[in-house]
Design a protein around this ligand. Structure first.
Ligand SMILES: [Ca+2]
Ligand SMILES: [Ca+2]
Ligand SMILES: [Ca+2]
Length: 271
């Protein structure tokens, strides 16, 4: 299988043009996930299992503090608990990969929602712990959603942020509301063009904590800042649930079967 440097791939001009076009089109064209963000009632299928959970450190700069430990991964499949304390913490740079037993596809507008445990003290700002999101149809090749941040300075540990400064990141919605993603933003990803990631049948979603100290980058190579350090056992991105909106089109398999039966029928009549 072809190995592609995802950061290099995300930097390709074609992909950036696609991202900027998609982001510009979002408010005018979106017909779902208008909260903003996706309500659980809009979700058709939920992740069915956790394939991998890699807990990151409490503080990447102080390894002696150990890794985060909060939350039970068995709580991730299915709908969100929607309780801020009831999520699984990833720590600095940690990641989680979930599997959907029913694949999902690129349909009109948003297709995927990632539920974190964002809280707010009011005033339109949110305690955001952001994550990169990647999808795969085979569990090997993962395409990362092109992301864009306009938060240009470091963030204090409990500082609240503007969700509008985080495009195509998970974790920028309130607890119980999913960060929305449109698979069509990946149409020009090299892995999709090569056929290694099939946007008609996505089975795996991976979320990676961005750390937040500026050491990781968005698709424009800008450093990503969110609260850092977060020196608690609940540090980093907190995953609650992952849901998808469009399952494969009904009748695809049965139409193929009917077609095969018709061919066999005609062949027999001619015999
Ligand atoms: Ca879509
Ligand atoms: Ca959080
Ligand atoms: Ca983080």
């Amino acid at each position: 299988m072809q190995v592609v440097d995802r950061r290099q791939a995300a930097r390709t001009p074609l992909l950036l043009i696609s991202l900027l076009g998609a982001l510009a089109a979002m408010p005018a064209s979106a017909q779902n996930c208008l909260e903003p963000g996706c309500d659980p009632s809009e979700i058709a299928v939920w992740s069915s299992s956790v394939v991998s959970l890699v807990r990151g450190p409490i503080d990447v700069a102080i390894p002696a503090l150990g890794n985060v430990s909060h939350g039970d991964p068995l709580d991730i499949p299915g709908p969100p608990n929607a309780i801020p304390t009831d999520a699984v913490s990833l720590g600095d740079g940690g990641s989680v990969t979930v599997h959907f037993s029913t694949p999902f596809r690129d349909g009109p507008d948003f297709d995927l929602a990632v539920f974190e445990n964002g809280i707010t003290s009011g005033g339109g700002l949110l305690y955001i712990e952001a994550g990169f999101v990647e999808v795969s149809s085979n569990g090997i090749d993962f395409a990362r959603f092109p992301s864009l941040t306009s938060q240009t300075s470091s963030v204090l540990p409990l500082q609240e942020l503007d969700a509008d400064d985080f495009a195509n990141f998970a974790g920028h919605r309130l607890v119980g509301i999913g960060s929305e993603f449109d698979l069509s933003d990946l149409a020009n990803d090299p892995l999709v063009i090569a056929g290694d990631v099939d946007l008609r049948a996505i089975e795996y979603v991976r979320i990676i904590d961005v750390i937040g100290n500026g050491s990781t980058f968005d698709s424009m190579s800008s450093p990503v800042y969110d609260p850092y350090p977060t020196q608690f056992v609940t540090g980093g991105f907190d995953i609650d649930a992952v849901g998808a909106i469009y399952v494969p089109e009904p009748g695809t398999a049965s139409s193929a079967l009917l077609g095969a039966c018709f061919v066999a029928f005609v062949a027999r009549r001619r015999a």
